[in-house]
Write a protein that binds this ligand. Sequence first.
Ligand code: PEP
Ligand code: MG
Length: 754
Amino acid sequence: MLDILRRIVQDINATRNLSEALNLIVVEVKAAIHTDVCSVYMTDHTRGEHVLMATDGLRPGAIGKVRLKFEQGLTGLAASRAEPVNVDNAPAHPAFRYIAATGEAPFHGFIGVPIVRRRKVLGVLVAQQREQRKYTTDEESFLVTLAAQLAGCITQAEIRQALGRLDDDALSGTLFLEGVASARGVALGEAVVVFPATALDRVPDKDIENADAEASRFRQAVAAELAELQRLSERMRLLLSAGDRALFDAYALLLSSDSLVNGTLERIYAGNWAPGALRATVLEYANIFAEMDDPYLRERAADILDLGQRLLDRLQEEQIVNRPYPDSTILMGNEISVSQLLDVPQEKIKGLVSVRGTSTSHVALLARGLGIPAVFGVSNLPPGRLNGREVAVDGYTMRVCIQPNPALRQEYLKLIHEEAELSRGLQHLRDLPAETLDGHRLDLYANSGLFADIAAARSSGVQGVGLYRSELHFFLRDRFPTEEEQTTIYTRVLRIMDPHPVVLRTLDIGGDKPLPYFPIAEQNPFLGWRGIRISLDQPDLFKSQLRAMLRAGTAYANLSILFPMISTVSELSDALGLLHCAKTELQEEGVPVQMPPIGIMVEVPSAVWQIDKLIRMVDFASIGSNDLTQYLLAVDRNNDRVAKLYDSLHPVVLAATRHVIEQSRAAGRPISVCGEMAGDPAAALLLLAMGVDSLSMNLGSLLKIKWMTRSVRYDEAQALLTEVIDLDTASAVRERANVFLDQQGLSGLLRVGK
Ligand code: PEP
Ligand code: MG
């Protein structure tokens, strides 16, 4: 049965449209379970009907004509109960209804299995038998399994079909696709699809006639790549430190060395085409490096392969080296690399959409840092069909709209305009404090992780950086940065913000953030080796990071250090132990280090309930609401299937947050929130009411939250908190908080929330 199932699913995926897929299903299922009839009804929710869409066994003329009202007949029963109905003698069942249009003399055996996706009934798969027949448990589970698979296939087929319609008539329809993660903001522009390259090791050999022409083609590719590396390195200057840009220099060096280029040319003159000659040469050198004893040199094998791939891409796309990007480019692809993003001139890139990627993928972090609206994890996206189409990217709702109709287009343009107006209109708040109408002060800080966003933070007049995600610098390299390199980075960060405080968080990798050069394969990474757990198990890495931070702190006095993912008291005391050890070592080496303020992130339920103990061991705490929400609600923060359940306004998250804030205040320790919650106006309003000392957020949200703070009264916010904390659901809380914000004249902010 499993083989048949697999084959059917494969066959369906190869079909071109939905009706072809359904026709195929009915024929294959009928044969597989040896039954007289197999049909698929699709549910038309607007009309409240199940429509016969395909059948093998009933009169073909009935297709599209037989429309069963919801709950009508046994088919309706299967749909309304959302469970299989399996009866051996259908006419004897009270729900049975004879439908003449099908041309059937009554059938007896009946099984109807609902096709459900994300709680929504999409249709019913029905099998019938002339004689009385009770379908076996195996047959029933075969149909149930198939229906579950079908739900996904139907969604895909519907999307393909909708795209087909868009092809036929440019304005006849609009297609919405949903993602799982985003960078906030709205954008409208033209899709430019980028494809993953052919893998270098798959390139075949091919004989050539004109070696001179092929050699010159290759030389041009090398020259173009060298120029490109130079350009990329320049552009990265704003974003990365010199150390981080070293990768580009290493590539340039490899390209200028004779071996790679000459080796390839020799093979070309021996009669192979350029891609084949390149493959052979690159693999030869990569193997030599891979065999070396020195670990540093061994790792260069990856650089050689990478560079080979870049040259191959160039040979394959040589005509479009200087790709003309439209003025409003929406970059799309299965997976977009950092260099593909940086390849688009900054003034032309308006948005980003990718099939893969989560909120913490490289490119997502970069998009946020650069303020580019983006949607990631759009698993239904068929990029190949979208090049050149108009696309709207809505990072607030995590939706992508393909070919918006004129009304929607106007709506998106209006939103983009309003956003720009709102940001402009809030500029006058830049140097004003975040203080409520009745005089309660809140400190607002920016989250950061790159040089580009920290420089932007500095020039926007923020009070400091409340969360510096140090792992970003680890992501943008091809190996762990040394203590020296880290010291340079942290010193630069502290210098840019001086005298405003900067909270440097120690490495928070693992979970959904594995480093490319430190792979961690785990069944359950969010509950596995991540954050402080890795740091404690790799004291060498941890200590070099702590030493680098402390050394940076000797030049500027604005440093604080934050430990992520603390879940037990002993973890914290071990981390503090290593920190003291690093400090003593440095002092012994004659470095005049001071102990900076130390904090913990509260992002795990156990830390919430032991906060009274943990907080007394440190100087401050910061609530990581992104992880805290995922762990309290048991909802993976990057999984689109459960995205609807993920909401930091859930009353349980609010209660936990309030507990942490109250306990920290009771212990006399400053408490902050640095997850996405801090930049969500409704959530920030409630956090303010709880008495949080500071909020740290994406720079883009900062003035909006300041506007909110300056427009409300603290005592009224507290009354609102008392009212909502006992509500049952996140949506009820949000609704009530939004009404409150609206009443304060803040309706312009409401879109900014979830
Ligand atoms: C958080 O979990 O809320 C947080 C700020 O950390 P990160 O998003 O980097 O995991
Ligand atoms: Mg976190």
